[in-house]
Design a protein around this ligand. Sequence first.
Ligand code: G6P
Length: 610
Amino acid sequence: MCGIVGYIGNQNAVNVLMNGLNRLEYRGYDSAGISIFENDSIKTFKKVGKVEALKGIIEDRNLSSKIGIAHTRWATHGEPSDINAHPHSDSFNNISLVHNGIIENYSTLKQKLIELGYTFKSQTDSEVLTIFISYIYSQVKDLEEAVRLALSEVEGTFGIAIISNYEPDKIIAARRGSPMVLGIGDDELILASDTSAIIQYTRQVIYLADNEMVVLDANGYSTKTIGNETTTNVIHQIEYDLGRIEKSGYDHFMLKEINEQPQTITDAFRGRLLIDEGNSRLGGLSIIEEKLRNAKRIIITACGTSWHSALVGEYMIEHLCHIPVEVEYASEFRYRNPIILPDDLIIAISQSGETADTLAAIQEAKQKNATVIGIVNVVGSTISRETEAGVYIHAGPEIGVASTKAFTSQLAVLALFSLYMGRMRRVPIIEGQRIAKELSLLPEKINQILENADNIKDIAHKFYKSKNFLYLGRGYNFPVALEGALKLKEISYIHAEGYPAAEMKHGPIALIDKDMPVVFIATKDEIYEKMLSNIEEVRARKGTVIAIATEGDSQISKFADHVIYIPETLPMLIPILSVVPLQLLAYYMAVELGRDVDQPRNLAKSVTVE
Ligand code: G6P
């Protein structure tokens, strides 16, 4: 969703800001803008569309500034347009502001400001905040205090950055529920809503806490809370390399990230997989070990692809630990007054660590005294900080909007977690060793699938004109069917549904005809024979079958029109392999259709609003 960059230092701010906006494009956006100082007054440029369009209106102007702020907007209040794009200015162009999040009481504030004689150009809540700060400034004549007082009255979420003619040597930024990171370079400070806009300049960062504000000027930075209390900050190091956020020769980030999976799974296991002990070591959970031992029920909550991981996690944990597991959409969990018992453990899964609904579900669970742990990718993200303990998946930055490597790394961590919890309870060492050994073989097995990409590309070429797809799986492969269908929808815009294969008879079978390709995830397991019957049911209605099957399966080619083989592994680990060909299938179909694979229409990488 929306992205923020701010810069103060000796380089030309325009270059750093535009570069930062390019780095933030992956989050999903519909317009972009920039404010800098020129001849001692604020100049703002904004444009609907891509950052390239913004570049088009500024590149001949030879702009130069030491200070500036910039933004990519994902519309919430008001359509994507030049006027609704950020930065927003007050009536006399004395204050310029960029905002991520939603000001919930904006209409009350707007009404009050209209009564005071203020007028508005845009339909956004962000302009209301800008003018509200301007109004308070007119009373208190101190910019920092005006921002602080305004934010004290605001309800909702925000990450903001402001420059002003009143105090042109500084940037003021603040956050509540929307991430904000400060990069500390040599003689320069870079502010951004995520580290990808910072890493090129410095690895030293401070993650602002909720309700914290920061003032930057040429001499450095100072922080305090919106409640006017002093704060102390810890400087962290960004641990990934710049190469992780560049395409490195691939046509798309998504393809790069699919191909990174042998490495990202290895990274998820590093230092954690104890093959001889048949166990795993999850340092981030040691402080709650006693609570894990006593847990009587687990509730996993997440959104999107992370919710599909949660479904696989449910099967893994119930299978190895014999603890009941429930999986809840975070957006449902937060509003339905869930029953949380004293020995419940809540797991929140999130790639970004910023998803608003998942965050709100965590708050709801904490409110009810539950133990909440996180399985998160982005280091220092809000969810990683709001949870009592957790496990990072260490997949590195995921830039493609459609999640791929984060999904398999979430599954890898859920497998480690299930093994750890299982060994505490009922899993004997021999079984633990078998699982740990199989886990260690997964990266090489993913490599084998990737080597078969050309076969998948050929299949994609045959089917990319289809209007509908059905994905069917059972057991551990049911969530994979959902994920395969989601991948296709997200990036190709082809309608696709995922179903448990046996449910097909209760509705979707009515859709099957010669124009309906059906993807069966039919790997060898205890329900394999039943899957063959389901395939027969589709074939009898002239549906075309694409099967994901286990290497060495000599039967399947008699049932399916096209087969993609994957290596054998334990049933609980199959999703980590079986999803990979589905990622590639979706990718190649989207490429055939000429879609914007990395930034599909309307989607955002990190959904920071409800
Ligand atoms: C968005 C993204 C999805 C992601 C979902 C949950 O919809 O486009 O790829 O699965 O949010 O995000 P999270 O960061 O919490 O895993």
